[in-house]
Design a protein around this ligand. Sequence first.
Ligand SMILES: *[C@@H]1O[C@H](CO)[C@@H](O)[C@H](O)[C@H]1NC(C)=O
Ligand SMILES: *[C@@H]1O[C@H](CO)[C@@H](O)[C@H](O)[C@H]1NC(C)=O
Ligand SMILES: *[C@@H]1O[C@H](CO)[C@@H](O)[C@H](O)[C@H]1NC(C)=O
Ligand SMILES: *[C@@H]1O[C@H](CO)[C@@H](O)[C@H](O)[C@H]1NC(C)=O
Ligand SMILES: *[C@@H]1O[C@H](CO)[C@@H](O)[C@H](O)[C@H]1NC(C)=O
Length: 311
Amino acid sequence: MAIVFLAIWTVILQAGFSKTMHITMNDKIISLIDFSRKNLTTMPDVLHNSTTDLYLQENHLHVVPAWSFRKSRILKNMDLSDNRIRFIEHGAFDGLNELTILNLRSNLLTSNSLDENIFQGLISLQDLFIHKNYFYDNYTFFQTVISRVKSLVKLKIDLSRQNQIDKCLCNLSNLQDLEIFEVPGLTLSDNLFQNLNCLKIETLWITSVLSLAPNTFISFPNLKTLRIAINTGYAMDDVISNIFNALKIFKGRNMTELSITGNPHRNGFVLGHPHFAILENICLQKLNLVGDSILGVKFNPFLDMDLKRIV
Ligand SMILES: *[C@@H]1O[C@H](CO)[C@@H](O)[C@H](O)[C@H]1NC(C)=O
Ligand SMILES: *[C@@H]1O[C@H](CO)[C@@H](O)[C@H](O)[C@H]1NC(C)=O
Ligand SMILES: *[C@@H]1O[C@H](CO)[C@@H](O)[C@H](O)[C@H]1NC(C)=O
Ligand SMILES: *[C@@H]1O[C@H](CO)[C@@H](O)[C@H](O)[C@H]1NC(C)=O
Ligand SMILES: *[C@@H]1O[C@H](CO)[C@@H](O)[C@H](O)[C@H]1NC(C)=O
């Protein structure tokens, strides 16, 4: 379906102390509504029954009220990231049977902000981005809420030192793409991830890495793409060696894309470094090394590797 983009320049009537903004619109098909970066503090009443994409990111919204989105049942993509949302009312997302992408990144959500069934009606939801929030107060509860969104394919969550991935996420049988935003201070190991071996995760992103144990990736037998962003400020001196040790597990497997970024130490990739011997055993197609850690790469090892692209 062609996405009709109509910027809405219509008059905004903000009546007195009314908490809601009302927008007058022509009887047009309005597929995309972009109210991002408008300094909104309350949920605007802008939806049209033809709206499929709603952008409300980078405002100052505090609450998502019940039935906020009742005017469009065909909403597919909603961005509420970078607001100050502390509370999502019971039924806020009710009726959104077609919602596929929901972005709640960078808000002030805790486990008290949500009710257990808040996402239950989102039967088409594939991508949920809910990282950079504050669910650590009751991470078990948070994971229970997430585990009910059985249609999820892609998930972005936080994980901190005292938390662990729960078995309940096994219910996300379609999940393929997991991005974990780590709160600094953690050495990653299989202890954190072992409950994920019930899933067929193909893409894993981990950020803010300080250090990794050799068994970190044992529970990801189906991994094809691995992206590791090192915590530039606090990474251990031997973080790169840790990472390559952990990669040994992929020997003989089709781990086709590897990305390592942000190593602050000038010890990462030097000519003919033995790290590359580990890569030779993995069926890599794409290698992405970014940061000031690259002192020079000897390309000879790659000649044997059927490497399609080195970025
Ligand atoms: C939002 O508020 C900031 C700071 O008060 C101001 O500079 C900016 O112009 C405002 N943006 C809009 C779209 O009103
Ligand atoms: C959407 O609203 C317009 C009037 O605003 C109406 O003519 C049309 O039938 C509505 N479409 C649906 C699918 O409800
Ligand atoms: C987490 O939330 C659940 C459900 O609200 C509650 O039963 C449990 O006691 C909470 N746990 C903690 C540690 O607060
Ligand atoms: C998966 O969901 C079902 C209900 O849909 C629940 O009974 C079961 O405990 C869940 N599994 C796990 C491992 O939490
Ligand atoms: C790797 O991929 C190739 C081509 O898709 C396939 O033939 C081979 O069986 C795969 N190997 C493993 C270990 O999965």
